[in-house]
Design a protein around this ligand. Structure first.
Ligand code: APR
Ligand code: PHB
Length: 390
C-alpha cells in the first residue's frame, strides 16, 4: 500500500488529522489496533475548548455536537462551604462545550468513512521503519497477514503506549514525568442534571467534580487514593462521599443508578521533541496531562491542527518551515496546559500530607483567584483554551 500520510491510531488526534488532510486533498491511511465499536464506546472526558468547537464546526463535523452538546458560559468552584462562579463568557468572550470524547470519535469516524477515507481497524504488530528517510514505512498485520504502507510522512497518534514515540532514538528524546498522589473515580449515573454548570469542589475530605453528559446521564468524579480498587467503592459509598463533598444548605446532588465506574491515576508526561525525521507524534503519544481542567483531548486536536497545516505547506509550496517548527509550536502550548492542569490539580485536591498552614494557603488561593477579576480572567483564559502561537 502507498499513501501520503500514514497515521497510527484512530483517537481524536489521528482521526482529526486524517479529516483535515482530506479537506486539503491529501491522502492518508489510519491504522487502529482496536475495533470500531471499542473506540466508539470508550468513556473519556467531555469538555471541548472553544477552539476545538470552532474547528469541528469550520470543518463540517459540528452538526451533532451543536445539537446535543451543552454550551457552558461559566464554571463553579466550591470551597469553605460556598460556591463561586467564574463567568468565562464575560471574562474571555469564549465558552466551553460539554460533549463526550467518544461522541467526537463517532462523528469523525462517520465523516471519514463517508468521504471514502481508509481506516483499517483491528490491526496488530504495528512497527515503523526508515523514519529518518524521505520514504518511511509502517509494517502491520491485518487478519494475520503481513502488510506494509509506504508513505511520505508518519503521524504517531497512537496514545501513550503506542509504538511511535519509542521509534524516536532514545538519545533524541527527553521524557519528563510527574506522578500526582491522587486518583479519580469517575461514574456515569442515570439521573437528571444537578446543576446547569460544572462544579469543582475542594472539600476537606477530598475533591469532587460534578459534570454532565446529557439530560438523562450525569458524569461525576471523586478524588480517591490512586491505589484504590473499584471493589472498595460500593455505590453506597460513592454516593455518601459525593453528597458529603458537594451538597450545600438547600441543594443536594441528584443520584440514580450507576451505569459505569472506573478509577484513573493522575500524571503528567511530556516528550520533548515531537518530531524525528519524517515521524511526527501527536496527542497522548507525546504528552499526558492530569484530567483536572480536561485538556487532553483539546491538546491532541491542537497538535494535529499544526501538523496538518505543516503538511499542507509542504505539498502546496514544497516548504518545510512549519513542519520543522511543529515540535516547538506544540510543546510551548503543551507546557502551558501542563502548568494549568498541575495548578488546577494542586489547588483543588485535598493533600492529606499538608499541614494546616498549607491547607489554609490552598483555600486562600482558591479564594484569591475566584474573588479577583484578574484571577478569574486568568483561570478562564486557560480553561476555554489558549490560542496556538504559530
Ligand atoms: N497500533 C495501532 N493503534 C494503536 C496502537 C498500535 N500499536 N496503540 C494504540 N493505538 C490506538 C489506540 O487504540 C487508540 O484508539 O491509538 C489510539 C490513540 O487514541 P487516544 O488514546 O484517544 O489518543 P489521542 O488521539 O492522542 O487523544 C488524546 O484521548 O486518552 C485520551 O485523555 C486523552 O483526551 C485525550 C485524548
Ligand atoms: C468530564 O466531563 O469528563 C470532565 C469535565 C471536567 C474536567 C474533567 C473531565 O476537568
Amino acid at each position: 500500500m502507498r499513501t501520503q500520510v500514514g497515521i497510527i491510531g484512530a483517537g481524536p488526534a489521528g482521526l482529526m488529522l486524517s479529516h483535515l488532510l482530506h479537506l486539503q486533498g491529501i491522502d492518508s491511511i489510519i491504522l487502529e489496533n482496536r475495533s470500531r465499536e471499542e473506540i466508539e464506546e470508550t468513556i473519556r472526558a467531555g469538555v471541548l475548548e472553544q477552539g476545538t468547537v470552532d474547528l469541528l464546526n469550520d470543518t463540517g463535523i459540528g452538526e451533532r455536537m451543536m445539537r446535543e452538546g451543552q454550551v457552558h458560559d461559566g464554571v463553579e468552584f466550591q470551597f469553605n462551604g460556598m460556591r463561586h462562579r467564574i463567568n468565562m463568557k464575560k471574562r474571555t468572550g469564549k465558552c466551553i462545550t460539554v460533549y463526550a470524547q467518544h461522541e467526537v470519535i463517532k462523528d469523525l469516524v462517520a465523516a471519514r468513512l463517508e468521504a471514502g477515507g481508509k481506516i483499517i481497524f483491528n490491526v496488530s504488530d504495528v512497527s515503523l521503519a526508515d523514519i529518518d528517510t524521505s520514504q518511511p514505512k509502517i509494517y502491520f498485520r491485518q487478519n494475520g497477514v503481513a502488510e506494509e504502507i509506504d508513505c511520505d510522512f508518519i503521524a504517531g497518534c497512537d496514545g501513550y503506549h503506542g509504538p511511535s514515540r519509542q521509534t524516536i532514538p532514545a538519545k533524541k528524546r527527553k521524557e519528563i514525568k510527574h506522578v500526582y498522589p491522587f486518583g479519580w473515580l469517575g461514574i456515569l449515573a442515570e439521573t437528571a442534571p444537578s446543576h446547569p454548570e460544572l462544579i469543582y469542589s475542594n472539600h476537606e475530605t477530598g475533591f469532587a467534580l460534578i459534570s454532565t453528559r446529557s439530560p438523562e446521564i450525569q458524569r461525576y468524579y471523586l478524588q480517591v487514593d490512586p491505589t484504590d480498587c473499584l471493589d472498595e467503592w460500593s455505590d453506597d459509598r460513592i454516593w455518601t462521599e459525593l453528597h458529603k463533598r458537594v451538597d450545600m444548605d438547600g441543594w443536594s446532588l441528584n443520584d440514580g443508578p450507576i451505569i459505569q465506574k472506573s478509577i484513573v491515576s493522575m500524571r503528567s508526561f511530556i516528550c520533548e521533541t515531537m518530531q524525528y525525521g519524517r515521524l511526527f507524534i501527536a496527542g497522548d503519544a507525546a504528552h499526558i496531562v492530569p484530567p483536572t481542567g480536561a485538556k487532553g483531548l483539546n491538546l491532541a486536536i491542537a497538535d494535529v491542527q499544526v501538523l496538518a497545516k505543516g503538511i499542507v505547506q509542504y505539498y502546496d509550496q514544497n516548504e518545510l518551515n512549519l513542519l520543522e517548527r511543529y515540535s516547538q509550536i506544540c510543546t510551548r502550548r503543551v507546557w502551558k496546559a501542563q502548568r494549568f492542569s498541575a495548578w488546577m490539580t494542586q489547588m483543588l485536591h485535598r493533600n492529606f500530607k499538608h499541614t494546616p498552614f498549607e491547607y489554609g494557603l490552598q483555600l486562600a488561593e482558591l479564594d484569591s483567584v475566584t474573588s479577583s477579576i484578574a484571577g478569574a480572567t486568568y483561570l478562564a483564559e486557560n480553561y476555554v483554551g489558549l490560542p496556538i502561537e504559530w
